[in-house]
Write a protein that binds this ligand. Sequence first.
Ligand SMILES: [Zn+2]
Length: 152
Amino acid sequence: MSCRPVRAPVPPTPVADTLACRPDVIKAMVGAWIETGDGTSGAEAGFRIDVGTKDLKVVPHEHTNEQGSLTTVITILTTAEFHVHPKGTGGAPSTPENNILGDPNHGDTKVADDAKIDIYTFNEQGLFVYRWDTKQIIKLRDGFDWQNPCHP
Ligand SMILES: [Zn+2]
């Protein structure tokens, strides 16, 4: 048997993530993916996670019809944000260096740092999160596995 190392921008790391494993969050991710025509519309769709009185709340983003980016509302109650990356554009959160606008003041990681929230991105390449507190991009799930319930 020969194993060739695969060069990937973000190595798959098996990390338990309670937020991305919640059934209501998985359902919302699947819904956002369908909303973008399975990642083919070029638009991004997603939702934010707000802290509610009893539990976290999934709050869908308004439609903006932007191509390859998404203007979202983040409130003081927001703790995380999830959005689709169009098919073929890379799964991981964008950065000031690689965002589609070519603008050093944009990118998912910049938004996350400014708002102090975690940003999750997903498409056919998997589910990724950028954690603002550790400044790390982590691949949580591979391929379309984010559509399935998490295994213990
Ligand atoms: Zn993004």
